[in-house]
Design a protein around this ligand. Structure first.
Ligand code: ADP
Ligand code: MG
Length: 484
């Protein structure tokens, strides 16, 4: 039997407001426990919430970026449940009238193709506090700093068909929220959290299978792992005559498995009702249009422009537009050296390699975009060879020199294109290598092409990498063939 996987994601994005969604308390990360929760966040009697306009604006910007309908009226509801990190006894959320209606996101897949994933809706809600188990022996600590932090929950339609598509969707959401500047998207710090809904069905069946919801999968890689595990578990279960039950499961990265947490709750378990303390949110058309006018160039548009105007491949355009920081860095390198393709190669090759090795973000790169752009320019105008350029890059990376030109000067890397100087070096190498010359002359003609590599290497070494390799090649061939 052929099985098809169906995946829908619920992504919680922490919005980058300075204060909380319904109070003036700070949202800064990493403060002493319980120093940033006020009476409103704790739901103490007699206090009233006031909606933070910045959270509304950010939610609407997201909606516009995913081509969603923005309803004129949205309403906050209370989702009632008991949990130690929720002292109010309810979470303020939006159940029936979310702030962002149906939309769609274009995601780019590894083979360079794109796929449209529909957004069911996105709604605003507040985060809860945190239970801390580690520092308290036999007890649980409660830190309420996070209580009341604004979240945008983005709910997809079940449009993804494999783990790669799910990861690509999550990356697209990451790109959009970071381009908009409405979240730092940092999954490791919990600014972006994801619940993964997975089901399987026989290939060709129209109705959906029963799903399991895997909670709080907090990295791109874990999303793929959790899905792989779930798909296998569900198929095995069904093939052994069992059935999938609708439940909430937890992904455990250490054991690389999902485990049952609880059976799926229904909406009516939460006794949702409109929050009597908050007015419905009414957005007038002018407000929405004002925000639309201020949207920056978004990832999908940038990617398309990189392909169309700069002639980059779909793959390169996708990588270089994936984050706003990456795109800005690349564009500066390109402007400095004047060649998009070369700029793309250096940013994705030498630079990304070095950043990955040292686990640095592009904003932390020791080599600035301007420095890299100038360096690439020096390769293009033949001042230095590609090999010397790597040496210059390393020197800039290590802080040895302020510019490519400084390093080229200080290390004497200027390429020798004077053919007299190159010929002198070639003559010396030929004189020093009688055995190799004899071998070359005795070899069959079609083998000589390969054997010339030895001599090129020697000349390059003698010139400390500064001789122009094409020139060396051409002159060597002439001189050696004259000896035949
Ligand atoms: P709930 O309100 O119980 O969380 P929803 O119907 O709102 O459930 O769906 C939540 C998420 O689950 C959405 O992202 C949706 O696309 C996804 N989903 C719904 N049904 C399935 C299914 N059968 N298989 C996979 N994903 C599903
Ligand atoms: Mg849900």
């Amino acid at each position: 039997m052929q099985w098809e996987t169906v995946i829908g994601l619920e992504v919680h994005v922490q919005l980058a407001t300075r204060s909380k969604i319904f109070s003036g308390a700070s949202t800064a990360f990493g403060a002493e426990p319980n120093t940033q929760a006020c009476a409103v966040d704790l739901g103490l009697p007699g206090v009233l919430p006031v909606l933070n306009e910045a959270a509304v604006s950010m939610a609407v910007q997201f909606g516009l970026a995913v081509h969603a309908q923005i309803p004129e009226v949205s309403v906050f509801d209370r989702k009632n449940y008991f949990y130690p990190d929720l002292p109010k006894g309810y979470q303020t959320s939006q159940m029936y009238h979310p702030i962002v209606g149906p939309g769609e996101v274009e995601v780019s897949l590894e083979d360079g193709s794109t796929k449209s994933i529909r957004i069911h809706h996105a709604h605003l809600e507040e985060d809860a506090g945190k239970s801390l188990h580690e520092d308290f022996h036999g007890m649980t600590g409660i830190d309420l700093n996070r209580a009341g932090t604004p979240l945008l929950e983005i709910v997809s339609e079940p449009d993804m068909r494999n783990a790669k598509e799910a990861a690509a969707f999550l990356k697209a959401i990451y790109s959009i929220v970071t381009y908009l500047g409405i979240s730092d998207g940092n999954m490791a710090e919990g600014s972006m959290r994801c619940d993964v809904n997975v089901s399987v069905r026989p290939q060709g069946q129209a109705s959906l299978g029963t799903r399991a919801e895997v909670k709080n999968v907090n990295s791109f890689r874990f999303v793929e792992r959790a899905i792989a595990f779930e798909v296998e578990r569900q198929i095995e279960l069904i093939e052994d005559g069992g059935r999938v039950v609708q439940e909430t499961r937890l992904y455990d990265p250490e054991r690389d498995e999902t485990r049952s947490m609880r059976t799926k709750e229904e909406a009516n378990d939460y006794r949702y009702f409109p929050c009597p303390d908050l007015l419905p949110v009414v957005l007038d058309q002018a407000y929405v249009e004002h925000l639309r006018g201020q949207l920056p160039e978004l990832p999908a548009d940038k990617r398309a422009r990189f392909e169309r105007e700069l002639g980059l491949s779909a793959y390169d355009a996708g990588v270089l537009s994936a984050s706003r920081d990456m795109a800005e860095y690349f564009e500066e390198v390109k402007n400095e050296c004047g060649d998009a393709k070369q700029a793309a190669n250096w940013v994705q090759g030498e630079l990304s390699g070095a950043l990955n090795r040292e686990n640095l973000l592009i904003t932390q790169s020791p080599v600035s975009a301007r420095q890299l752009g100038q360096l690439v320019g020096r390769v293009m105008d033949d001042t230095i060879s590609g090999k010397a350029a790597k040496q210059v890059f390393q020197a800039l990376w290590n802080g040895q020199g302020n510019s490519a030109d400084d390093v080229i000067e200080a290390q004497g890397l200027k390429q020798v294109t004077d053919s007299g100087a190159i010929e002198a070096m070639i003559d010396q190498v030929i004189a020093d290598s009688p055995a190799q010359v004899a071998q070359y002359c005795d070899a069959e003609p079609e083998k000589r092409g390969k054997m010339i590599g030895y001599f090129v290497g020697q000349v390059m070494k003698a010139s400390r990498g500064t001789a122009n390799p094409q020139q060396v090649n051409g002159l060597l061939k002439e001189k050696l063939d004259a000896l035949l």
